[in-house]
Design a protein around this ligand. Structure first.
Ligand code: ATP
Ligand code: MG
Length: 389
């Protein structure tokens, strides 16, 4: 919910306070707002004195997190960023008394508007006009702004992907000319922007980022055709897996993603097929488990088929077999495991055989008749029958 109370409290004490950045942009666009960021003339200690429940999140940079009704809101003192020497971090920040200067440090005109409690918009850089025309344009000289913080180049394309906006010519040219600076960015920051692009309605925008070298900090650049990303539902595991399918040499570790996500996406990408036969999807469930199969089914748009298999009650795991290791006391641990796996293979093809009696009989036949004597087991015979049908 919009935290009007925070603005009212600050204004009641004589400070200037307004909503700023993404929440103003999204309100004007009629899009849902996920963070209500507030900018104010109050200093961090003054903010903290007014709100009993708050966290000094980035006190050096003027940011205090205020907790209200179980939600948290970032309240930041009007500031100007100091000089940048590494293209990544301002050397320090300076608190300033007016809103205009605070808006001037922001990246793009559409992100540099403030909204007051009464709905008034402070728009010093024509952000509203750019929103209307669908344009992403730097506040000030793009060259300088990208040299200050190279991440802004990725942010420009990320917003373009999320909003479907064009990047204004001078801004786009400055990105092409300064892309090399992105090599120095931290991988975590690059990953955050890459993932937002990946999950946007235009994930293929990543191909521009790759072509221009904006993701070089994560060890990957070049020409890649990524339109297929769009065919996959916008969920992180599935879209990362599809990216790995489309760029096999992608090293996901370099993106500093959680290792669970890296592993899942890599396993799913290795098992990827544009389409699975029912039997293949069952085999995948048995070999790699439900989590991997779910991602693969998303990649091939076969979630309904997977659901049907799971609902059918057919056995797709060792746990689902009508027998277990204790049913084969005569076999050593390893051979018992091998027997169970062989039975599972059989049951995957012949679900109707998943009952104790049949499986014990099969196991007995297999143990009694080594394959070397040319004896055919029930499964082989049935398989032949099935093939000839
Ligand atoms: P999102 O919807 O993804 O949260 P956002 O615009 O709110 O988009 P944030 O990263 O949350 O983006 O940043 C909040 C605001 O801070 C931005 O709208 C912008 O005004 C400013 N900002 C963020 N990062 C930068 C940056 N690297 N350089 C300049 N201004 C920035
Ligand atoms: Mg935000």
């Amino acid at each position: 919910m919009r935290p009007d109370l925070i603005l009212k409290t600050l204004e009641g004490e004589g400070f200037v306070a307004c909503f700023v950045g993404g929440c103003v942009r999204d309100t004007l666009l009629g899009r849902p707002v996920h963070d209500w960021d507030i900018t104010t003339s109050a200093l961090p200690e003054e903010i903290m004195a007014l709100f009993p429940r708050c966290i000094p999140t980035g006190i050096k940079h003027g940011t205090v997190t205020v907790l209200l009704r179980g939600e948290s809101f970032e309240v930041t003192t009007f500031r100007r960023d100091g000089a940048y020497h590494d293209g990544r971090h301002p050397d320090g920040v300076v608190f300033v008394p007016n809103l205009t200067e605070d808006l001037a440090r922001r990246d793009f005109t559409i992100n540099a508007m403030a909204m007051h409690l009464d709905g008034r918009i402070t728009d010093c850089f024509d952000g509203k006009a750019d929103l209307k025309r669908g344009i992403i344009r730097c506040v000030g000289d793009p060259e300088r702004r990208f040299r200050e913080d190279a991440l802004r180049m990725l942010r420009a394309w990320r917003f373009s992907a999320q909003l479907g906006f064009q990047i204004e010519d001078d801004t786009a040219r400055a990105i092409r000319e300064n892309a090399g600076l992105c090599r120095l960015l931290s991988r975590e920051r690059v990953c955050a922007e890459a993932e937002k692009t990946l999950l946007s309605p235009r994930p293929e925008t990543l191909s521009v980022m790759l072509r221009e070298g904006l993701l070089a900090a994560c060890g990957i650049e070049g020409d890649y055709e990524l339109h297929a990303l769009k065919t996959v539902s916008a969920e992180a595991d599935a879209r990362w897996a599809m990216l790995k399918v489309l760029i096999p040499k992608l090293d996901m570790q370099q993106f500093r993603l959680p290792s669970r996500r890296v592993q899942l996406a890599e396993t799913a990408a290795a098992a990827y097929r544009p389409s699975y036969a029912r039997q293949e999807l069952k085999a995948l469930l048995a070999a790699s488990g439900e989590e991997v199969a779910r991602v693969c089914a998303k990649l091939s748009n076969q979630e309904a088929l997977l659901e049907e298999i799971l609902q059918s009650g057919e056995c797709v795991s060792l746990r689902g077999l009508a027998v277990n290791g204790r049913d084969f006391p005569a076999l050593q641990g390893r051979s018992a495991g091998e027997m169970l796996r062989r039975l599972l293979d059989h049951v995957l093809a012949f679900p109707e055989d998943n009952n104790r009696q049949t499986l014990l009989r099969l196991a007995e036949e297999w143990s009694g008749n080594s394959d070397a004597d040319g004896h055919k087991d029930v499964g082989d015979v049935k398989r032949q029958q099935k093939d000839t049908l």
